[in-house]
Design a protein around this ligand. Structure first.
Ligand code: NAP
Ligand code: GLV
Length: 309
């Protein structure tokens, strides 16, 4: 069984080593040393170039390096009769919750204002706001959103979630479907995006939706850059509608030199590392799926092509 590993950003040799340690019998090919495309049975990929997956005539499984699969589905010619699996990993989930908590608390505890005061040598008492007075709204109540929501509840925040289907999570007010999006947005003092990027969610953080947030709201996007209309977000920040934004993901990655987000006083930029897949931690579920393929058993963590996530 031959496994092709391709990623423009992940260290493919580390992934090869982690998988080889668990499955020494596998014939592992690290891009660009693929050999004959007809040999490849399984492709472990992240943002593959258009045409790579369709060029593998005997492909039996596509496995994403990460939780999101938009970078794979971006190629309209991928073989949709072949199963596509994604990563669901406890450590990745905890990493995302750490990221969300870090930046919600950064806003909630007014860290930016205190840092500014420190730089000016100004001792200024800032009136506290109780967590119970803030509503943190999470768009996308899946694996990541639900975990973060529960921790935010534990911290005493009011928490709301928005997803396609109604959710029952203790302490979380559930909104669902397009018809309830506006009502959800109207109450969010902090808006956290943890949606998959699909045709239905692309550009969802735009002038219209931002205008529905309460004045002074804070936006955290740790999902995909394509969820945000950059100019609309900049307008909401510059017009003082929003207090600020934390952005881990961008329409163009790496964020281009000179992009206004880099130097915007209200924006925190992180380099798409809110929650990473770590080879030693994720390799077991990838090898498990390959073993399942070999044994004719169901593949786990499958993507639903009709939903796009
Ligand atoms: P998931 O388990 O598939 O959850 C997706 C959630 O989004 C579900 O609750 C789903 O609703 C909701 N949703 C999808 N389309 C929707 C729509 N049109 N309207 C309303 N809700 C919608 O995904 P996950 O594992 O939590 O990951 C979410 C995303 O995080 C990934 O796709 C990826 O892009 C991003 N991510 C980023 C990083 C990073 O480092 N920045 C790391 C990992 C993941 P239902 O539950 O009703 O289906
Ligand atoms: C990272 O962005 C992922 O989708 O896992």
């Amino acid at each position: 069984m031959a496994l092709l590993i391709y990623s423009p950003t992940h260290p493919v040799a580390d992934w090869g080593a982690a998988i080889r340690a668990l499955a020494p019998d596998l014939d592992i090919r690290l891009w660009p040393d693929m050999g004959d495309p007809a040999d490849i049975d399984v492709a472990l990929v992240w943002k593959p170039p258009a045409g790579l997956l369709p060029s593998l005539p005997n492909l039996k499984l596509m496995q994403s390096f990460g939780a999101g699969v938009d970078g794979i589905l971006a190629d309209p010619n991928i073989p949709r009769h072949v199963p596509l699996a994604r990563v669901v990993d406890g450590n990745l989930t905890i990493g995302m919750t750490e990221y969300v908590l870090l930046h919600v608390l950064h806003f909630h505890r007014q860290v930016a204002a205190m840092q500014q005061n420190q730089r000016s040598g100004r001792w200024q008492w800032l009136p506290p706001v109780a967590a119970s007075e803030r509503v943190v709204g999470i768009m996308g109540m899946g694996t990541l959103g639900c975990h973060a929501a529960k921790k935010l509840v534990d911290f005493g925040f009011q928490v709301a979630g928005w997803s396609r289907g109604l959710k029952a999570v203790d302490g979380v007010t559930s909104f669902h479907g397009d018809e309830h999006l506006d009502g959800f947005l109207r109450i969010c003092n902090v808006l956290v995006c943890l949606l998959p990027l699909t045709p239905a969610t692309r550009g969802i953080i735009c002038r219209r939706t931002l205008s529905l947030l309460p004045r002074g709201a804070y936006v955290i996007n740790a999902a995909r850059g394509g969820h945000v209309v950059d100019d609309d977000l900049l307008h909401a920040l510059d017009s003082d509608w929003l207090s600020g934004a934390t952005l881990d993901v961008f329409n163009e990655e790496p964020l281009r030199e000179g992009h206004p987000f880099w130097t915007h006083p209200k924006v925190t930029v992180t380099p798409h590392n809110a929650a990473d897949s770590i080879p030693a931690q994720v390799a077991p579920q990838i090898v498990d799926n390959i073993r399942r393929l070999q044994a004719g058993q169901p593949i786990l963590r499958l993507v639903d092509y009709s939903r796009g996530y």
